[in-house]
Design a protein around this ligand. Structure first.
Ligand SMILES: [Zn+2]
Length: 431
């Protein structure tokens, strides 16, 4: 039971009352130190003394990404001289946000990642190979680094990409665990196959999968997850986090959602009206940070849609678990009465090996309703078969069939690369 904080083994009532004490501390801290929340409370007539229970949180209007983008430095609760690290969001959706950290915040981050890696069966005997960036203001990079150090395990910082160097390092230093994006692990497997390396003969026993989903709603491995484990007999653990929350939800060996750390975060799952969803329903992940000194957030809407689970877990933790992220809230597509998120569409397309590449496009139809187009690349002789298979699969799985367009690799490439950034886009929103 090492590295399981006591609070994560308590009853739901004890956890709730623990969080309520922490919430009151936070509200007082914000009232004293946060220019943004001082104004927020005044503007909405919030008397913080009346917010005692977790249920009372709904009295306070939520904080949005837009608030953080517009008033970034008004969220700062400490003098700038106390900041030791400046992390930032990726800025994939609009202007990047700076999240500064104090020394205490870095300790909190290390604690968070230490208990998260321990949750994913990590011990001081493990050697982690980090296949991700440790610079570019990427908070997760330092979080993993500090967390692994705190766990007492070893680490190798290879950085992102470079399959040849990754394999050379695996063979030379014998790591037990990878920390990587799942689609990159697929590339590692491809490289191994082409270069006569048998992944199963390597020292690697598990992988912490960051940045992308690993499972479907039923907690089964998704197409990428299966592609990895079919070729490589390692255990996969999914982890979900964001810069703003400075906290991770990481799976234990049961693989049934990322565990909530109640000492670090208050978790709410909200509907479109900002009210908690019914148990087991999907909603927007909304967080309140606990113990953050520089830029704490109260009821911050992440934009990620997921389901929270409250049932017991065989690992002994009594905390909530957060299921796979189903999609981004603003990417929700309403197609003929059915609600779809792009990752659900990607999953169906990833499953058909004859589809070489694709772009999913959402647009607004003549009647103002959402329309969905698939631009796909397949070989000439497969077109009829693919069109039929897609119709059947979409009809049975999502109950609607998008419009299908066949594209040449050149046409698809034009769609994939945006005018502003050079990131490959799988989803284009023209609504
Ligand atoms: Zn568990």
């Amino acid at each position: 039971m090492k590295h399981i904080p006591e609070i994560e083994l308590k009853s739901k009532e004890e956890i709730k009352s623990f969080q309520e004490t922490k919430l009151q501390e936070l509200l007082q801290y914000l009232q004293q130190h946060s220019p943004f929340y001082q104004q927020h409370f005044a503007k909405h007539g919030i008397a913080i003394a009346s917010v005692k229970k977790l249920e009372d949180l709904t009295q306070i209007p939520v904080t949005t990404k837009d608030d953080l983008q517009q008033f970034n430095w008004n969220f700062l609760c400490v003098p700038k001289s106390k900041i030791v690290e400046f992390a930032s969001t990726s800025g994939t959706l609009g202007k990047p946000v700076t999240i500064p950290l104090t020394d205490n915040d870095l300790h909190r981050l290390a604690y968070n990642e230490c208990i998260s890696f321990a949750c994913a069966d990590g011990t001081s005997d493990d050697l982690y190979q980090l296949m991700l960036t440790l610079d570019r203001q990427f908070m997760a990079g330092i979080a993993y680094y500090e967390g692994i150090r705190k766990l007492g395990a070893g680490l190798v910082r290879v950085g992102p990409g470079l399959p040849a160097m990754q394999w050379e390092t695996i063979q030379r230093l014998q790591p037990t665990t990878l920390v990587a994006v799942p689609s990159f692990i697929v590339k590692l497997i491809e490289y191994a196959r082409q270069n006569g390396i048998d992944p199963n003969m390597s020292s690697v026993k598990k992988a912490i999968c960051i940045g992308e989903g690993l499972r479907n709603e039923a907690f089964n491995l998704n197409v990428i997850g299966k592609r990895i484990t079919d070729a490589w007999d390692i255990k996969l653990y999914s982890t979900y986090a964001s810069t703003e929350m400075q906290t991770a939800f990481t799976e234990c060996s049961q693989g049934i959602g990322g565990h909530h750390h109640p000492e670090l975060l208050i978790l709410e799952v909200l509907d479109e009206q900002g009210m908690p969803v019914k148990p087991g329903e999907a909603g927007e992940v909304t967080i309140t940070t606990l113990g953050v000194e520089a830029m704490p957030l109260l009821r911050y809407k992440t934009g990620d849609i997921a389901v929270a689970y409250t049932g017991p877990c065989a690992c002994g933790r009594t905390t909530q678990r957060l299921g796979p992220v189903l999609g981004r809230k603003q990417q929700l597509i309403k197609l003929k009465g059915t609600t779809i998120y792009p990752p659900g569409v990607f999953e169906l397309l990833n499953d058909m090996s004859s589809i070489r590449d694709y772009v999913v496009e959402a647009s607004t139809g003549e009647l103002g309703t959402d329309e969905l187009k698939l631009h796909i690349v397949v070989s000439e002789d497969m077109k009829d078969e693919i069109r039929q298979r897609l119709s059947t699969v979409f009809q049975s799985r999502l109950r609607v069939v998008p419009e299908i367009y066949f594209a040449t690799p050149q046409e698809l490439e034009k769609l994939q690369f945006g005018k502003i950034d050079r990131k490959i886009r799988k989803f284009i929103d023209n609504r």
